[in-house]
Design a protein around this ligand. Structure first.
Ligand code: FVH
Length: 274
């Protein structure tokens, strides 16, 4: 199959679906789009996409169908009436969901003669198609080998195994790491703001260089046992965390922003005790 001529149908034109379609059009791909609520395809159609009036029409127009909808329930609801049209074909599901949902979707589709390649998008709409963007895929290796060059323009394809749940697994785990960092950054700027510091200067001159310096240690030191290595001196860290919590209380930082600090403090105290 010629990658450039493989026809792609995209189900879902939310912020992410539109970004995917846009990157594929920019790369000269043949794109058909469908969205539950009409009216979101205008700009894409102006750039050469076709708009299907229904899911079945969209599936028929593509060699490859890509779903990028809100959640697993919306994928099921969208596909249920149209899945016979997909029989003998392939669905690439770039909708976020749980590991179990991805495995069950693969089983359900397999029973209907449809091959599933599960995906997890490691990008946000403005970074789709840019150098840093990558897409996790899991499912049969031969399927990945066929799909990867076709969907390459949306982000670097990265296969994480045969298990259809693994793309979701790594996606959810990576997001968990990101939300932890995000909570820390929100807490940090709130503390600076409450005590009269200049947030933008703090971000640029202190927070970003500090987080960049520590990132390899945070990722490299992450441990499944949740035990604190001896050289990390948990007693010293517990005292340091108490200092940050005191500084936050003095500044009137809302308590919910400090939840991750309290979890770390409990962990250090456990390590000291035991
Ligand atoms: N946007 C992001 O930053 C993240 C980055 C990482 C990956 N996620 C996941 O991508 C999926 C889609 O996200 P999105 O940003 O496009 O989300 P929305 O803009 O809210 O669009 C949702 C689309 O889903 C359609 N939809 C919702 N429910 C149904 C349904 N029952 N049947 C059919 N379609 C449905 C909705 O259609 P409409 O409301 O316009 O009619 C939108 O097309 C998502 O899994 C993220 O976790 C994005």
């Amino acid at each position: 199959m010629n990658t450039q001529h493989e026809r792609i149908s995209i189900l879902g034109l939310g912020a992410m679906g539109r970004a995917l379609a846009s990157a594929l059009l920019a790369a000269g791909r043949d794109v058909t789009v469908w969205n539950r609520t009409p009216g979101k395809a205008g700009e894409l159609v102006a750039r050469g996409a076709r708009e299907a009036s229904g899911v079945e029409e969209a599936i028929e127009a593509g060699d490859l169908t890509v779903a990028c909808l809100l959640n697993d329930a919306s994928v099921r609801e969208t596909l249920a009436p149209a899945v016979p049209k997909l029989a003998g074909g392939t669905l690439v599901n770039l909708t976020s969901g749980s590991v179990r949902q991805a495995r069950e979707l693969a089983g359900w589709l397999e029973g209907q003669g449809v091959r599933l390649l599960s995906g997890g998008i490691m990008a946000v709409p403005p970074t789709v198609g840019t150098e840093g963007a990558f897409i996790l895929y899991s499912g049969a290796r031969d399927l990945f080998d066929r799909v990867a060059p076709v969907l390459g323009p949306i982000g670097r394809p990265h296969w994480v195994g045969e298990d259809p749940g693994f793309a979701a697994l790594y996606d959810m785990a990576a997001l968990s790491g990101m939300y932890g960092m995000s909570a820390g950054a929100d807490h940090a700027v709130t503390l600076v703001h409450r005590e009269g510091g200049d947030v933008e200067t703090f971000k640029r001159e202190v927070l970003q260089p500090w987080m960049e310096q520590m990132l390899p240690f945070m990722v490299g030191g992450a441990d499944v046992t949740a035990l604190v290595p001896e050289e990390f001196n948990p007693a010293m860290q517990a005292t340091g965390l108490e200092n940050i919590l005191s500084a936050s209380e003095e500044a009137g930082v809302p308590g919910d922003l400090a939840g991750h600090l309290r979890s770390s403090l409990w962990r250090m105290r456990r390590a000291v005790a035991g």
